[in-house]
Design a protein around this ligand. Structure first.
Ligand SMILES: [Zn+2]
Length: 276
């Protein structure tokens, strides 16, 4: 295919209630998570089917084994399965051995349901310990999608940066792992869901303005770039937000040369171009 002027990646973190199991949440929190596989994901998959849009799903191991029908539907739609912890762990709180064991467990689970090993990883909460991305690279992932130091351009992850008050900053060396950058403004959750320091429930028009602003800027100023949007089925799957997602897709379609692509496929094109 011709290289698109701009590629848009719709990505879905299919958390369901994986984090509630770990935290021992009350029933209403579980029900909020269950909305994802029960209502949100089928709506999203139907929209993606109608629009012929391939996408990437970051799925905790607990969701993989608890909602197999939902995962089957994701795979049947031609979407990519990638890893997102087992019980949606906060990797910054875990020792390296435990992080490595979760990563291995997740890789095996994705291989089991899809027949192929996952290429991608996204840290739950985008929370990383100092060693996490080195462990992600060692677990065989091609790319991670948890950092914010760029927006429309991929880059190789540096390992071993050191920051101390005494000596300032020493940058480490870039490894093999490729980074697909993310940002809160391009994530449905902090806009729409209540949380510490915010009441959430943004009007969809506000979020549409943020996302289409990024779209128009990237289309104008980042030729060949990638715009990555992060969504959660239990959040974007509510009716008024689905209308916003439809409007965002229409805004993408209205610009010349915009393509939708799975992250693994865009990452492969980026890597081939970088090595050419
Ligand atoms: Zn998540």
């Amino acid at each position: 295919m011709d290289t698109p002027r701009l590629t848009v990646a719709l990505t879905f973190d299919h958390d369901a209630f994986s984090d509630s199991v770990r935290r021992g949440d009350p029933p209403v929190k579980f029900s909020h998570g269950e909305f994802g596989p029960r209502v949100g994901a089928p709506r999203i998959l139907e929209l993606l089917r109608r629009e012929a849009i391939p996408s990437t799903w970051f799925v905790p191991g607990h969701t993989l084994v608890t909602f197999p029908d939902s995962i089957e539907a994701v795979l049947a739609g031609g979407h990519e399965l990638a890893c997102h912890g087992w019980y949606h762990e906060d990797f910054s709180e875990l020792p390296a051995e435990e992080q490595a064991s979760i990563l291995d467990h997740c890789v095996s689970a994705v291989r089991e349901v899809s027949g192929v090993p996952p290429r991608g990883h996204r840290a739950p909460y985008w929370a990383l310990g100092a060693d996490t991305l080195r462990l992600v690279e060692a677990a065989g992932f091609t790319y991670d999608s948890s950092l914010m130091s760029d927006d429309y351009a991929l880059f190789r992850v540096r390992h071993g940066d050191r920051h101390t008050v005494e000596d300032g900053t020493t940058f480490g060396q870039a490894g093999r792992l490729i980074q697909v950058p993310v940002y809160w403004g391009l994530d449905d959750w902090p806009q729409f869901e209540p949380g510490p320091g915010r009441d959430g429930m943004a009007p969809p028009s506000r979020v549409l303005e943020l996302w289409t602003g990024e779209l128009r800027y990237a289309h104008e100023h980042a030729p060949g770039g990638l715009l990555t949007v992060t969504m959660h089925p239990e959040c974007i799957g509510r009716g008024h937000r689905m209308l916003m997602l439809e409007a965002f897709i229409a805004a993408c379609r209205a610009l010349p040369g915009v393509a939708f692509e799975r992250l693994d496929s865009y990452v492969d094109r980026w890597q081939a171009a970088a090595e050419a």
